[in-house]
Write a protein that binds this ligand. Structure first.
Ligand SMILES: [Zn+2]
Length: 563
C-alpha cells in the first residue's frame, strides 16, 4: 500500500492532467527548471484575462528558454511595454507557442532582429519572418528569460495559442508538470440584489457575508435573508506548492438546490472578448479596493464565452417563505477545490436605509452615443462605451475637468477636447493634457493639438487637466565617464529621465553612425552593446538625443576610447 502513495500524488497532485491533453502535443517544457507559477491562465488582470502562465525564474534573468516543439519563428516583437521582447513559434501540429519578457534571443535570432533594428533604426520592432526562415527543432535554445516590457520581476510569460484563430489556450492542459496540492483560498463572499425591489439582508446593495470552516473542510456562510432576484460574488485566489504567489482559480461553479447555475472555466478565450472582464468583476469595488470580486452571475453587457453552462444568467429568484441552498465551488487545475454553502431564506424585510441612485443631468444609455458640453471642454462617448446605463457626474473645477470617478468601466475610448484659445500660441507646444493620478500628480496623455483645441482619447474616467512641460529631459552616463578608456567594457549605459511629460523619443550615434540603444523604462536606462561593432575606431564620439512628449530636447555628447 505504501508504494502506491507516490502514484496517487502523481495523478492528483499535478497540473497537466492527461485527460485534457490533445493528441499530437508532446511538448517539452520551455525551461529546464521545475515549473512554479507566479500567474495562471485566465487570471484576472486590469482590463484583461491573463493569456498565459507566468513561470518563476528563481529571481534571476538569463535562464535558457527552449522551443517546446519543432517549428518556425512566426513573429518577433520588441517593445518598451507589454510583452517586452517576445518570440512566437508556429508548430506543425497547429499550435503557436509564445515566450515573453525575454532578456535576449538566441544568437541566430538575435542577429536576425538586430539586422532589422539597425535597418529601421529603432529598438522597437515587430516582424513576421517568412515561413521557414528561422526553423527550430524541439528543444533548441531560442532565448534567455528576462524582465522586459510590462513585467515587474524576472519571469517567463508563456502561452500556447491555436495558430488558426489566435485564441490563447490554457498551457497547463498540455502536460506540463506543476506541483499543486493546495486548495483555492476563499477571501470573501458577497450577495447582490439584482432587480428593483430585491434585497439582501435588508440592504438594496452588495453585502459581504461571513462564513466559517466546517469540520469536513468545507465552508458555511451565515443564513442570508433575501427577496427577489439576487446573485453572488467571490474573492478568491489559488496558490501552488513552493510559492506564495496568489494566482487565479481555474473554475467557478454555482449550484442552487443541487442544480448547476454557473460553470465558468478558464480553458480558452479570445483577445476580442478579454476586456469584458470588466463586467465579470464588481468594477466599482475594484476601483475602490484594488481587489477583484468575481461575479457568479452574468451582468448586462457581459459577452464572455467562458461559461460551460449558465442557467438564468446565474441569477437566483428568491421566493417568500422558501429556503435555498446555494453552493459555490472554486477549483484549480489539479482538481483541488474549496466549497462554500450559503443557506438563503426568502423573506421580504424592510430596508435599513433607503439608498437612491444619484441622478445628474448627464445620463448615458449604454447603446447610444452621448456628447456633453462643459465649460471650456467637451466630452464625447461613442455608443457602447459603457456596459450599463449610468448617470455621470461631470464638472469643471478650476482648470480641471472631472469626468465622474474611475469607478465605471469603459469598453471604448471617449474623446475629451479642451478649448485652448486662452493659452498664448507660443506656450501651446509645451502644453499637454494630463490625467491626475490617485495622488493628484499629472500623467501625460497623448495629446492631439489642432488649432484652438487639444484633444485626447481614453477609456479611463477621472480628472483631466492641462499641464505645461518646459524642462528638457536629463541624460547622464551610468557606467562610464567622459574621456574614459572602455576597452574591456561589454556595454555602455546611460540614464535618461524627464520630469513631467515623459520620454517620447531617443536616438544615439557613435562616430556619426546610428547605434541601437535598448531602452528599459523601469530602470530609465539606455544600453549599447559593443558587440554590435559600430564605430570600431579608437576614439568614439558618442551623441545621445532625448526628446520629451512636449518636444523639449536634450543632447549629450562625449568622447570615450577603445582599443
Ligand atoms: Zn504573464
Amino acid at each position: 500500500m505504501r508504494k502506491l502513495l507516490p502514484v496517487i500524488v502523481f495523478l492528483f497532485g499535478y497540473f497537466g492532467n492527461a485527460q485534457y491533453k490533445p493528441e499530437g502535443t508532446e511538448f517539452r517544457p520551455p525551461l529546464d527548471i521545475p515549473i512554479i507559477l507566479a500567474g495562471t491562465f485566465g487570471e484576472l488582470r486590469s482590463n484583461h484575462f491573463h493569456a498565459g502562465v507566468d513561470i518563476k525564474t528563481q529571481q534571476r534573468q538569463g535562464l535558457p528558454v527552449f522551443a517546446i516543439e519543432e517549428g518556425t519563428v512566426s513573429r518577433i516583437k520588441v517593445s518598451h511595454w507589454g510583452y517586452g521582447k517576445a518570440l512566437y513559434i508556429a508548430h506543425p501540429n497547429g499550435y503557436t507557442s509564445v515566450y515573453a519578457h525575454l532578456q535576449k534571443f538566441s544568437p541566430e535570432i538575435e542577429a536576425y532582429i538586430k539586422e532589422l533594428q539597425y535597418r529601421k533604426q529603432s529598438y522597437e520592432v515587430e516582424t513576421f519572418p517568412e515561413y521557414g526562415t528561422l526553423t527550430l527543432e524541439k528543444g533548441d535554445l531560442i532565448a534567455y528569460t528576462g524582465n522586459t516590457g510590462g513585467s515587474s520581476g524576472p519571469h517567463l510569460h508563456f502561452e500556447i495559442r491555436n495558430s488558426l484563430n489566435e485564441k490563447p489556450l490554457n498551457p497547463l492542459h498540455y502536460g506540463f508538470e506543476v506541483r499543486d496540492a493546495t486548495n483555492p483560498t476563499l477571501q470573501g463572499v458577497y450577495a447582490y440584489p439584482l432587480s428593483d425591489g430585491s434585497r439582501v439582508n435588508r440592504s438594496g446593495r452588495r453585502v459581504e457575508l461571513s462564513f466559517r470552516r466546517q469540520a469536513d473542510g468545507t465552508y458555511l456562510a451565515d443564513t442570508l435573508v433575501a427577496a427577489g432576484s439576487i446573485g453572488f460574488g467571490v474573492r478568491a485566489f489559488d496558490r501552488q506548492d513552493m510559492a506564495a504567489n496568489r494566482n487565479g482559480i481555474y473554475k467557478l461553479r454555482q449550484m442552487v438546490n443541487g442544480d448547476t447555475y454557473t460553470d465558468l472555466e478558464f480553458a480558452s478565450f479570445s483577445f476580442g472578448e478579454t476586456r469584458y472582464i470588466n463586467t465579470l468583476i464588481d468594477y466599482p469595488y475594484y476601483a475602490r479596493n484594488r481587489s477583484r470580486i468575481m461575479k457568479c452571475y452574468r451582468d448586462s453587457g457581459n459577452r464572455l464565452s467562458m461559461y460551460n453552462s449558465l442557467v438564468r444568467d446565474g441569477r437566483i429568484d428568491i421566493l417568500e417563505g422558501r429556503t435555498y441552498s446555494v453552493e459555490l465551488e472554486l477549483s484549480d487545475l489539479a482538481g483541488n477545490s474549496t466549497r462554500l454553502t450559503i443557506p438563503v431564506f426568502g423573506k421580504r424585510e424592510p430596508l435599513l436605509t433607503d439608498e437612491e441612485e444619484k441622478r445628474t443631468p448627464y445620463y448615458v444609455r449604454a447603446d447610444k452615443p452621448a456628447s456633453f458640453q462643459l465649460e471650456g471642454a467637451q466630452v464625447y462617448f461613442p455608443a457602447d462605451s459603457f456596459y450599463e446605463n449610468a448617470f455621470l457626474d461631470l464638472k469643471v473645477v478650476g482648470d480641471t475637468v472631472e469626468l465622474h470617478e474611475p469607478v465605471l468601466p469603459l469598453h471604448r475610448n471617449f474623446t475629451l477636447t479642451f478649448d485652448v484659445s486662452s493659452i498664448p500660441a507660443d506656450q501651446r507646444r509645451q502644453t499637454f493634457i494630463a490625467r491626475l493620478d490617485r495622488r493628484n500628480r499629472p500623467q501625460y496623455v497623448r495629446t492631439f493639438r489642432r488649432g484652438n483645441s487639444f484633444s485626447m482619447r481614453s477609456r479611463e474616467l477621472g480628472h483631466y487637466t492641462l499641464a505645461r512641460d518646459t524642462t528638457a529631459p536629463k541624460i547622464s552616463p551610468r557606467n562610464f565617464k567622459a574621456r574614459q578608456w572602455l576597452t574591456n567594457y561589454r556595454y555602455l549605459s546611460l540614464r535618461i529621465s524627464d520630469d513631467l511629460s515623459g520620454i517620447a523619443e531617443y536616438s544615439a550615434r557613435l562616430n556619426g553612425k546610428w547605434i541601437l540603444m535598448e531602452y528599459e523604462p523601469k530602470t530609465r536606462t539606455l544600453t549599447y552593446n559593443f558587440d554590435d561593432r559600430i564605430g570600431d575606431a579608437r576614439q568614439c564620439e558618442l551623441e545621445v538625443t532625448v526628446t520629451d512628449n512636449c518636444g523639449n530636447e536634450t543632447t549629450y555628447a562625449t568622447t570615450v576610447f577603445r582599443r
